[in-house]
Design a protein around this ligand. Structure first.
Ligand code: SAM
Ligand code: DTB
Ligand code: SF4
Length: 326
C-alpha cells in the first residue's frame, strides 16, 4: 500500500488530482487522526481563509410524491411518512423566500424539487424562478433530479450557477439504497451539467449502513470526476420515520470527521459542505468538521423537509468559533 504522507509530500502544492487510487484514499482516510486533521487543515489553508464559511439556504419548491425509491428519503411515494405532498410553489413565493434568505445572510439559494426529472410547464416555471432569484443578488442552485443535455443548457441560460446532484454512496453499495435509477444515470446528469458550464455540486450521504470502504469508494469517485465538484455536500443521514433507514444507527462522529477531512485533502479547491444532519451534532463535533476543512453549511431552520439548527444557534456557533460567512 502506498504511504499517503509520501503521496502528499511528493507534490508540494498538493495540486488538484483526478487519478487517486483506492489504496491512496483508503490510506489517507485511515491516517492517525491528528495527522489526518493536520494535513487537511494545511491543504485547506493553501486555498481558503480557514475562518470563512460559505452559507447556503435551501427551499423545497416541490415536496413529496417522488416516484424514486431512495431508501433514506421522506419524499418517496414508496414509503409512508408523515409528509404532506405539495405542488410546485408559486414563483413569487419562492422569490420572497430567496429575499428573506439573502437578508438573513445567505449567499446562495438552493431550490429542491422531489422529481425523478423535471418536465414540461413545471420546468419552464423553474427557469423563471432561477432568473428571478438571480436578480435578487443571490447565487442560484437547483436540485431537480436527472437532467438531459438540453435542460442543463436551458438552466444555464436562465442564470443557474450550481446544480446539486449527488452520487449518494459508493457504486458497490448503491443498489442497496436506490433501484429506480443507476449510478451511470447520475454520472450522465453530472456530465450534462458540467458541459453546460454550470458548477457541479455533488456529494453523498454517510451513515446509511455502508462500510468504511464504501465511504472511501464514494470519495474516490468524486475526486476522480473529470473536474472536482465546486461544492461537495457531505450529508449525515437524517433518519425519518417510515423510511427503510429509520432504524439505522448513527455513524461514529470521528468517522464522520474523517470523511470530511479526506474529502478536503482529495479535493483541495472545492467547498466541502457540512450538510444534513447538523441538528444531531454537538458544537464540538461541528468545530472538528470545520477544522477538518468543511467550509460551507446550510443555514436556516429547515433543510428540504427536515430540521436544521436554529439560525440563532448557528450565529452563536460562528461567534464562538470566530467564523464568518464567506
Ligand atoms: N429529487 C432530486 C434528487 O434526488 O436528485 C433532488 C432532491 S434530493 C432530496 C437531494 C439530495 O438530498 C439527495 O440526493 C440526498 O443526497 C439528500 N437527502 C435526501 N434525504 C436525505 C436524508 N434523509 N438524509 C440525508 N440526506 C438526504
Ligand atoms: C444535499 O446534498 N443535501 C441537501 C441538498 N443537497 C438538497 C438535502 C438534504 C435533505 C435532508 C432531508 C430533507 O430535509 O428532506
Ligand atoms: Fe426523490 Fe430525490 Fe427523494 Fe430520491 S432523493 S426519493 S429522487 S426526492
Amino acid at each position: 500500500m502506498n504511504n499517503p504522507s509520501a503521496c502528499l509530500s511528493d507534490k508540494p502544492e498538493h495540486g488538484v488530482r483526478h487519478d487517486w487510487s483506492r489504496d491512496q484514499v483508503r490510506a489517507i482516510f485511515a491516517l492517525p487522526f491528528n495527522e489526518l486533521l493536520f494535513q487537511a487543515q494545511t491543504i485547506h489553508r493553501q486555498y481558503f481563509d480557514p475562518s470563512a464559511v460559505q452559507v447556503s439556504t435551501l427551499l423545497s419548491i416541490k415536496t413529496g410524491g417522488c416516484p424514486e425509491d431512495c431508501k433514506y428519503c421522506p419524499q418517496s411515494v414508496h414509503y409512508e411518512t408523515e409528509l404532506e405532498p405539495e405542488q410546485l410553489m408559486d414563483i413569487d413565493a419562492v422569490v420572497e423566500a430567496a429575499r428573506r434568505a439573502r437578508q438573513a445572510g445567505a449567499s446562495r439559494f438552493c431550490m429542491g424539487a422531489a422529481w425523478r426529472n423535471p418536465k414540461g410547464k413545471n420546468f419552464e416555471r423553474v427557469l423563471e424562478m432561477v432568473g428571478r432569484v438571480q436578480a435578487e443578488g443571490l447565487e442560484t442552485c437547483a436540485t431537480l433530479g436527472m437532467l438531459d443535455a438540453d435542460q442543463a443548457v436551458a438552466l444555464k441560460e436562465a442564470g443557474l450557477d450550481y446544480y446539486n446532484h449527488n452520487l449518494d454512496t459508493s457504486p458497490e453499495f448503491y443498489a442497496d439504497i436506490i433501484t429506480t435509477r443507476t449510478y451511470d444515470d447520475r454520472l450522465d446528469t453530472l456530465t450534462h451539467v458540467r458541459e453546460a458550464g454550470i458548477n457541479v455540486c455533488c456529494g453523498g450521504i454517510v451513515g446509511m449502513g455502508e462500510g468504511r470502504e464504501d465511504r472511501v469508494s464514494l470519495l474516490c469517485e468524486l475526486a476522480n470526476l473529470p473536474e472536482h465538484p465546486g461544492s461537495v455536500p457531505i450529508n449525515q443521514l437524517v433518519r425519518v420515520e417510515g423510511t427503510p433507514l429509520d432504524e439505522q444507527t448513527d455513524i461514529d462522529a470521528i468517522e464522520f470527521v474523517r470523511t470530511i477531512a479526506t474529502a478536503r485533502i482529495l479535493m483541495p479547491q472545492s467547498y466541502v459542505r457540512l450538510s444534513a444532519g447538523r441538528t444531531g451534532m454537538s458544537d464540538e463535533m461541528q468545530a472538528l468538521c470545520f477544522h477538518a476543512g468543511a467550509n460551507s453549511i446550510f443555514y436556516g431552520e429547515k433543510l428540504l423537509t427536515t430540521g436544521n439548527p436554529d439560525t440563532a444557534a448557528d450565529d452563536a456557533l460562528f461567534a464562538k468559533l470566530g467564523l464568518h460567512p464567506a
